[in-house]
Design a protein around this ligand. Structure first.
Ligand code: PDD
Length: 279
């Protein structure tokens, strides 16, 4: 297994980060995750655009232009002979003596990239549908930034794991913000696809944007608005989206069956459309 670290491709076992890396000490960094399908990157330029924006929002210089990122990702995928899975990219504010304020402007950011083999299309959970629990959203106020400070999401996903389910939906003031690592959607009984509008309260999902595009191409009704946990309990269908799950049907929320308690027809259609686009 080969990974990328600060300008070189190195064996996984040899890749080391200094203890003074600000990613380690302060979670002072940004990450991205792009899917690989049939050996090719999926919607990758949108992920790189979000990476650039996230870095800009916290004042870390983007170490590479887009075409260089794409070349590095492509080479990493080829070196690992990856057909299906994920590319993980992380940039931190670099290595410096511990001090909360930014280090000297010439401190080079640390860059790490690795691949993860994963069956996304054939994921059995996509056939059976995923169960979800709700948790309180404990995060900070800039959730539009894809920061590596993920403690609230770690706790949310662990609550899901302890409940024996796949995902946790985070709730704030009675409304679902998003999944611990995904965007939350419901389908109302009159077939409206509902997801929260973009703001600083949630991550602008790349898969979300693609699914909304596909839905409107199919003349499906989309409503970008808040939805409550109560409304989700009563929904006809529910699903979540992410680079690692694509479109994942949700069959239960907090032990209550959603709709017929199986993946809904509209959800299945959106999943098929998304896979069609990704190929
Ligand atoms: N997570 N919301 C949150 C909080 C996320 O962490 C993610 C992605 C999404 C979906 O975004 P996208 O469709 O661009 O993948 C929404 C990635 C996959 C992760 O942390 O592994």
């Amino acid at each position: 297994r080969t990974v990328y670290l600060n300008g070189s491709f190195v064996p996984f076992e040899e890749a080391r980060i200094p203890i003074m890396d600000r990613g380690f000490l302060f979670a002072d960094g940004i990450y991205e995750v792009s899917a690989i399908l049939d050996g090719r990157l999926v919607d990758n330029e949108a992920h790189l655009a979000r990476l650039d924006r996230s870095l800009g929002e916290i004042g870390i210089r983007n170490p590479y232009p887009t075409d260089a990122w794409i070349r590095l990702e492509t080479e990493l995928v080829a070196r690992n002979d990856l057909r299906e899975g994920l590319v993980y990219m992380q940039v931190t504010r670099g290595v410096a003596e511990r001090d909360f304020a930014f280090p000297a402007a010439d401190t080079p950011p640390s860059v790490v990239m690795f691949t993860q083999k994963k069956s996304i299309i054939g994921n059995p959970l996509a056939e059976t549908g995923a169960k979800v629990v709700t948790v309180e959203d404990l995060r900070w106020k800039r959730r539009d930034i894809k920061s590596v400070a993920l403690l609230a999401q770690v706790l949310a996903k662990q609550a899901a794991a302890q409940a024996g389910v796949a995902e946790a939906w985070m709730v704030e003031d009675g409304a679902v913000t998003e999944g611990s690592s995904s965007t939350a959607f419901i389908v109302t009984t009159d077939r409206r696809i509902v997801t929260r509008p973009l703001s600083t309260a949630l991550l602008p999902g790349i898969t979300r944007a693609a699914v909304l595009r596909l839905a409107s191409e199919e003349n499906l009704t989309v409503e970008e608005r808040l939805f409550s946990v109560e409304e989700a309990y009563a929904a006809a269908e529910a699903f979540y989206t992410s680079a690692s799950a694509f479109v994942m049907p949700v069959i239960a929320l907090d032990d209550r069956a959603i709709g017929a308690g199986q993946p809904g027809p509209l959800t299945r259609r959106l999943r098929d459309l998304y896979i069609g686009m990704a190929r």
